[in-house]
Design a binder for this molecule. Structure first.
Ligand SMILES: [Zn+2]
Length: 224
């Protein structure tokens, strides 16, 4: 059996990390992490031949489990929150501080009138960095961003407005989704084997350990 050659025009197997526009803070949003995990669970379940008995269509128990692994809690309003490393309060968003630790919105309050804009843009960068490119939540954010930029473009007078336009515009186009594997034509349409069935449930854990956990994410992107 010969290998299927990759042409130079095909996407690379290992995507380059998403390069954030300059000047945005590095943030961490637990709600987006849980969306990513949910999408991965569905992706694993939808694979042909991949119907493990324990993996039903109701993902809440699994999401709660992964939330606990990540150190998240549910707020009284039902939102996923994560602990601030500075004040120990739980927050819907963390921001990387100059000393390299995560701080909540109270500990890292941005002294700017454009605070909500900056959080909005920085969370979109976060989504792209955890390879969350699509879905209702992200598409809605991109549509909001497009509307906001269009409104801003007509009345941009200050340097800050121009900066927001320059930083926001590239985020309207998501980076190309990575190709997870290239299958030999002989395997297309065939169910995956026992090895994949054994490995698939481990996939989410590997992502949590290497990218999605606040510590792992800081290790990868903290210096950016
Ligand atoms: Zn705090």
């Amino acid at each position: 059996m010969s290998r299927v050659p990759l042409s130079p025009t095909e996407p690379r197997l290992a995507p380059r990390p998403f390069e954030a526009p300059p000047g945005l803070p590095t943030v961490y949003a637990p709600a987006l992490v849980m969306t990513k995990i949910l999408r991965m669970l569905r992706w694993i379940d939808d694979l042909p031949g991949q119907k493990l008995p324990a993996w039903g269509t109701d993902y809440r128990p699994q999401l709660n489990l992964w939330g606990a692994v990540l150190g998240f809690q549910k707020s009284p309003r039902g939102r996923w929150v994560v602990q601030c490393e500075t004040c120990r309060q739980y927050s819907i968003r963390l921001m990387l501080q100059a000393n390299g630790t995560w701080g909540c919105m109270h500990c890292t309050r941005l002294p700017s009138k454009s605070r909500l804009w900056i959080y909005f843009l920085a969370e979109l960068v976060f989504a792209y960095r955890i390879q969350l490119y699509g879905g209702q939540q992200i598409n809605r954010r991109r549509a909001t961003l497009a509307r906001m930029l269009a409104a801003k473009a007509g009345q941009a007078r200050k340097v800050r407005d121009l900066w927001l336009l320059a930083v926001g515009a590239p985020l309207l186009t998501p980076p190309p989704a990575p190709v997870r594997c290239v299958r030999h034509p002989a395997f297309i349409g065939n169910p995956r084997g026992q090895l994949w069935a054994a490995l698939a449930p481990l996939l989410v854990g590997a992502w949590v350990d290497s990218l999605l956990h606040p510590v792992a994410f800081r290790t990868r992107f903290g210096a950016a």
